[in-house]
Design a protein around this ligand. Structure first.
Ligand code: PEP
Ligand code: MG
Length: 878
């Protein structure tokens, strides 16, 4: 019989995959003898089985839950659903890694109309008991059954208004009783049945809701953004309730053993006296700093500090702990390795090495590679900032600087921001909740009126690396009317505001930002260790000297892909390449090419100089025609003038060039097969540039020439012959014995399948996984975004195959091509230059299949260096 349920005392920290993060740490804390309200964990495997079993708990699972419930009743000396002294539990989700977006917590489960009376008598605190029941009905209805939260909040607000009071705490026992009656009616109106009175029914419903929430749309989006596989599942933790809302010797809080924003050592946290956990997390009341606890309850503070240190030393990492004090007795409700900014992660990892807690390799693995993005994010331009007007100040919840247009809802932010209309957006909200996640992602910065450093907005923004300022109490927001007021100003949707996530300052207007510099001490140490342990080399995709220099600054060891057609993207050059594309005869084309060659050669020289002798793979022209053919009347007229043609003639030539599938059209090496003079011009430009730069700078550059979109060895051979002939001619003219290498992109499935033959002609392979993905899936690179969303929601695909390599399919082609290619040519140099080259999971794959390097955009170079080291260290371990 499978075991679906584990008591906390049966688990250990090593059982994370089975018990989830929360569950395995509760087990470990139990093992360490910490004060933990006891309970049990329903496993992640049960979640997977639940989904397989048509979204139903199996009889075996239900039996095991009931069995452990009986045990829990025994150790607490209370019965579940009892009319005199009921056992109450919390039900919380807990995946292997913490995952906002899923159902989180239900408290006070087990109360019903009768049990609440017993609970009131037993605690001698009727207001507290009825308040607990009121909260439970609200949470159960919303979280388990999906009855909108706002229906309940409206009733509370109405009652407060009627009584002329401001806070929930001003409502008395009778008010709570009347709210309970109203809430139960809301439940009935929505669910068409009475609020469940049977505690076991409540429990099973809650467990099912946690399992269901694993697949809700928000959780699916979060998984995709964070590379979490859909088959991990979540565990459910059922834990005896303790109460932080039993008066002035009770309270609840969250605390970190180091500062999650800066990494500074020392307890950092917040707590609320006389409150339940959700009050802190939801940011409904603004909490006090943890130092206040020392004044309020010194004994509890002392014990808390001792145990917090014990936990950090045990887990050798910064801990994020939730605790509750019930009538002077301290309990830990959970601990986990705390989420932190990249800046904090780097400092903490270096400090832990210096403290002797972890070694260099562990330090390298402690930093989430993607999070380095945060360090590369902008700060304010110092002069612009001096002129800026501070209009408010709040908590510096997530670092970085952001300036943008104000939007008041996540939907509008999503439509306007990154991935939408491309505006710079600052999302301004009263507080954020998990449904805001996509809007937050699309924003440069987030500003909230409510909530502390551990509120939803703060935690999620920090995770995303998005600048966030939270808990701005002076900020008045009217989300419906789309206006807010701060510092004496009124702002409407579309007005500019600027946020400093490092200081918490809020500025009027659009303050200029500048990119961050990453070469600070701790960052340098981590990168130094990463470079020591990685096997893969890291290059960059760059087409301008500025990008190349920036990539070198970030640690690039050369250029893995210089897209030569991109060198003609700017306004004064594009007409020249258009002229070449629209040429009708060899003579016309050669004339156009003669105009291009000085630019091309000048650019190559500048690139080689920016690289200071590092290698550069020059990819020959690969212009998908639809990106280059003129579209506007104005461009056509200009071209007609340049080419001495009528506008009509230009139009006709454009029409002739029209392709139904330009991505599969006359591009890549097909152009050079049809028009060898293009390859000749490019060869002359690159060879002359390298020879001249070697002479001028004393470098020994050996040009790497890459032929794109090859599917058949004979077409590669054809273009190669053209290149060799010109290269040898240039060498002779310049009296040079420079070496050069000719390789190809593997980006067409046929090239991968015939890689052994291709390697007879190619000295190196570079996997163009953008096209390889496009052609393996049969998805258009330009259009897949329009339908992939349905694939995620229906769990057909879990992630965007253009962002993260599909290792099962496309990866098989890559692996096969490397093996076949190296059979023919054992020293075949292999790399990747598709967008995937900067994605950590793809980098791990590249390490495993034995590529020599990855090539990615300049700002992802540090990420790739770190991910390559993690791949080497983790694969060595396994
Ligand atoms: C590729 O296809 O992966 C590639 C790098 O080339 P491009 O994106 O220019 O087609
Ligand atoms: Mg390509």
């Amino acid at each position: 019989m499978a075991k679906w349920v584990y008591k906390f005392e049966e688990g250990r920290a090593s059982m994370r995959n089975l018990l989830g993060g929360k569950g395995c740490n509760l087990a470990e804390m139990t093992y360490l003898g910490l004060p933990i309200p006891q309970g049990f964990t329903i496993t992640t495997e049960a979640c997977t089985e639940y989904h397989k079993n048509n979204n139903a708990l199996t009889q075996e699972m239900e039996d095991q839950i009931l069995e452990d419930l009986t045990w829990l009743e025994g150790i607490n000396g209370k019965k579940f659903g009892d009319v005199n002294d009921p056992l109450l539990v919390s039900v919380r989700s807990g995946a292997r890694v913490s995952m906002p977006g899923m159902m989180d917590t239900i408290l006070n489960l087990g109360l019903n109309d009768v049990a609440v009376e017993g609970f009131a008598k037993k605690t001698n605190n009727p207001r507290f008991a009825y308040d607990s029941y009121r909260r439970f009905i609200q949470m159960f209805s919303d979280v388990v059954m999906g009855v909108p939260k706002s229906l309940f909040e409206k009733e509370i607000d109405a009652l407060k208004a009627k009584k002329g009071v401001k806070y929930d705490i001003d409502l008395d026992t009778d008010d709570m009783k009347s709210l309970i009656a109203t809430f139960k009616q809301i439940y009935k109106d929505n669910q068409h049945e009475d609020f469940p009175q049977d505690a076991k029914t409540q429990l099973f419903e809650a467990v099912r809701a946690v399992f269901r929430s694993w697949d809700n749309p928000r959780a699916i989006v979060y998984r995709r953004m964070n590379d979490i596989p859909g088959d991990w599942g979540t565990a459910v933790n059922v834990q005896t309730m303790v109460f932080g809302n039993m008066g002035n010797t009770s309270g609840t809080g969250v605390a970190f053993t180091r500062n999650p924003a800066t990494g500074e050592k020392g307890i950092f946290g917040e707590y609320l006296i006389d409150a339940q956990g959700e009050d802190v997390v939801a940011g409904v009341r603004t909490p006090s700093p943890i130092s206040q606890l020392e004044k309020d309850l010194p004994e509890c503070y002392k014990q808390f500090m001792e145990l917090a240190t014990k936990l950090e030393n045990h887990f050798h990492d910064m801990q994020d702990m939730e605790f509750t004090i019930q009538e002077g007795k301290l309990y830990f409700l959970q601990t986990r390795n705390g989420k932190r900014t990249a800046q904090a992660a780097i400092k903490i990892a270096c400090d832990l090495v210096d403290e002797g807690q972890i070694d260099e390799k562990e330090a390298v693995c402690r930093i989430e590679a993607k999070s380095l993005d945060q360090l590369l994010h902008p700060t304010f331009d110092k002069d612009a900032l001096k002129a800026g007007e501070v209009i408010g100040h709040a908590l510096p919840a997530s670092p970085g600087a952001a300036a943008g247009k104000i939007y008041f809802t996540a939907e509008e932010a999503k439509a306007a921001g990154k991935g939408g209309r491309g505006e710079r957006v600052v999302l301004v909200r009263l507080e954020t909740s998990p449904e805001d996640i996509e809007g937050m992602h699309a924003s440069e910065g987030i500003l909230t009126a409510r909530g502390g450093m551990t509120s939803h907005a703060a935690v999620v923004a920090r995770g995303m690396g998005t600048c966030c300022v939270s808990g701005c109490t002076e900020l008045k927001v009217d989300e419906e009317k789309k206006v807010c007021e701060l510092g004496g100003y009124t702002f409407h949707e579309g007005d500019y505001i600027s946020l400093d996530g490092n200081t918490g300052n809020i500025y009027k207007g659009d303050i200029k930002t500048v990119p961050a510099s990453t070469n600070t001490g701790d960052f340098g140490r981590i990168m130094g260790w990463a470079d020591k342990y990685r096997k893969l080399r890291v290059r960059t995709n760059a087409d301008t000297p500025a990008d190349a220099a920036n990539a070198v600054r970030l640690g690039a060891e050369g250029i893995g892909l210089c897209r030569t057609e991109h060198m003609f993207f700017n306004e004064d050059r594009i007409p020249k390449i258009r002229r070449m594309i629209l040429s009708d005869t060899v003579e016309e084309r050669e004339a156009a090419l003669n105009q291009l060659i000085p630019f091309q050669k000048g650019d190559f020289k500048a690139m080689y100089k920016a690289l200071e002798g590092r290698p550069m793979v020059v990819r020959y022209l690969d212009p998908p025609l639809h990106e280059f053919v003129p579209k506007t009347e104005e461009d056509m007229e200009q071209l007609a003038k340049d080419m001495n043609l009528s506008v009509e003639e230009v139009k006709t030539r454009c029409d002739e060039l029209h392709e139904f599938n330009p991505m599969m059209g006359h591009r890549g090496c097909r152009l050079a097969v049809t028009y060898p003079e293009i390859a000749k011009m490019q060869t002359r430009a690159v060879m002359e540039a390298a020879i001249e730069v070697n002479a001028e700078e004393g470098y020994s550059i050996e040009p790497d020439i890459m032929i794109p979109l090859v599917g058949e060895v004979k077409e590669l051979k054809f273009v190669k012959d053209v290149v060799v002939e010109t290269a040898e001619a240039v060498k002779k003219e310049k009296n040079s014995d420079i070496k050069y290498h000719i390789g190809t992109m593997i980006e067409i499935p046929r090239a991968a399948l015939t890689a052994d033959k291709i390697a007879q002609e190619a000295e190196f392979f570079s996997f163009g996984t953008n096209d390889l993905t496009q052609m393996t899936f049969g998805f258009s690179r330009d259009d897949a975004g329009k339908f992939l969303e349905s694939y995620y929601q229906n769990k057909i695909y879990e992630f965007d195959p253009f962002a993260k390599l599909d290792q099962e399919g496309v990866g098989q082609l890559v692996q096969m091509a490397v093996e076949k290619g190296r059979k023919t040519r054992p020293d075949l140099h292999c790399g990747i230059c598709g967008e995937h080259g900067g994605d950590p999971s793809t980098i791990d794959f590249c390490h495993r299949v034995g590529l020599d390097y990855v090539s990615c955009s300049p700002f992802r170079v540090p990420i790739a260096r770190l991910a390559a080291a993690q791949a080497a260290i983790n694969n060595e371990k396994n």
